[in-house]
Design a binder for this molecule. Sequence first.
Ligand SMILES: CC(=O)SCCNC(=O)CCNC(=O)[C@H](O)C(C)(C)COP(=O)(O)OP(=O)(O)OC[C@H]1O[C@@H](n2cnc3c(N)ncnc32)[C@H](O)[C@@H]1OP(=O)(O)O
Ligand SMILES: CC(C)C(=O)C(=O)O
Length: 515
Amino acid sequence: MNNTEPRTIKIFDTTLRDGEQSPGASMNIEEKLRLAKQLQKLNVDVIEAGFPIASEGDFEAVKKVAQNIKGPEIAGLCRSGFKDIDRAWEALKYAEEKGRIHTFIATSDIHMKYKLQMTPAQVLESAVKGVKRARSYTANVEFSCEDAVRTDLKFLAEVVGAVIDAGASVVNIPDTVGYTIPFEYFNIIKYLKDNVKNIDDAIISVHCHNDLGLSVANSIAAVQAGAGQVECTINGIGERAGNCSLEEFVMAIRTRGDILPFKTNVVTDQLTPASRLLTQVTGIVVQQNKAIVGANAFAHEAGIHQHGMLMEKSTYEIMTPESVGLKSSALVLGKHSGRHAFKKRLEELGHELDDEALNKAFTRFKALADLKKEVFDEDLDAIVLDEAKNIEEKYKLSHITVTCGSFAVATATVQMEIDGMQVRAAELGDGPVDATMKAIKKLTKRDVKLLQYNVGAITGGTDAIGEVTVRITEEDRTPVVGRGSSTDIIEASAKAYIDALNRLYFATDRDLETL
Ligand SMILES: CC(=O)SCCNC(=O)CCNC(=O)[C@H](O)C(C)(C)COP(=O)(O)OP(=O)(O)OC[C@H]1O[C@@H](n2cnc3c(N)ncnc32)[C@H](O)[C@@H]1OP(=O)(O)O
Ligand SMILES: CC(C)C(=O)C(=O)O
């Protein structure tokens, strides 16, 4: 248990800049503005709106966000050259003191040698000059040592100290290639805290990539070591495997406040709307099992879990769905579900069944769940309706085999129980349903006339339950309606036909009028 006052960690959202570097995530000006408005509702501290020198469009987007968003600071990224910095400020100046110039240069040996082809001394000079140039426009200057994690620690400390002296108010220590692990990252931040004499004159920021799936864990380790700002993106989008996911970091801090003495200003019930808007805008879908915002993040399928949830939600949920902007958790019915959740869902659907009917319906539900990935409410209605027919059965379907195809004559072999006796017949037909009906007719020796045949899918997908309705008559009797449902529409057709035959057999004409 931690009793100290939690320290506020600033949330720097870079969905519109690093997030946009995800292949396929490019956003136009209007789209960036829409997202920025949602980030404003989310109450992030900083919105990095783009890289102004990258294109005219990105320049205009940063400018528009700077002009229209109130609350969060607006950052724009630029290399350490003056041309980039000047261009960035041209767009950011519309946010006045809330405009942040974010300039960077790589400091690792590998980047300096091969990419920049600069010596460490030249890089240091460029960093300092860049920060000073940015300071000539604003006091709100962030400097990033690109590839900091693979930078020689002593050189990193030297650069950090020098850019703070030059006027940087935030210094970012990025794990540009998602290479570090929490223990190492903690030690890097701690080293800078302990060895850079002016470190407390600036906020340390962290910016983690997810190449090893550790970006959130690394960000948490960094704040434990003293970092005060976390750079992240909605849904964790970003270059390659993405960035630290904003929603995961924020909810980890919030949920584990017992051992993490930090807080953020984020309005967490805006997380789901933000995630959905980003998906809408970019077309990049969130994996179902993604923490916090995935479709399954608050869904429970297993019977034991569902039972626990019905008794007390905290048995299986460490945060409430409402806290992230969802209406409720979901109990998904599938083959792992149990009787408690099944009964509860039927009650919600308005079906009150006695124990015997419930058991029968549950057995059918399990059989269906073996065939289908998910059982929907409409499937349950169909099962209950089928079970609730409660009519005597002279005729019962035992099983059915059908062969058909483009070049085959449809053949149906139907086995039925009639008055307790097993009987079987095969017939050819004009299609599998016709062959099936003929075989049933032959077995029941009834001279019925099919007046109407309807088939419909109750739920979506190719594994949906099909429901068949038939209307039949015999001689001049009042027509009867029969229904049958199954994932196999031939079986559903046979069941509907047999259901109608039973009704015809047992009903008097008076009963039939009320059917
Ligand atoms: C880790 C990160 O995410 S960093 C941000 C990455 N994001 C982006 O690159 C998106 C926006 N980028 C762009 O639109 C373009 O790359 C531009 C406009 C910045 C530059 O385009 P170009 O001038 O055509 O150069 P190109 O991208 O091919 O190469 C990068 C150049 O910048 C130099 N460079 C790279 N980083 C820096 C830096 N921080 N400071 C100064 N120069 C740098 C490279 O050495 C190279 O220089 P050269 O052209 O003299 O060889
Ligand atoms: C420029 C910095 C902030 C960056 O995006 C990175 O290092 O990944």
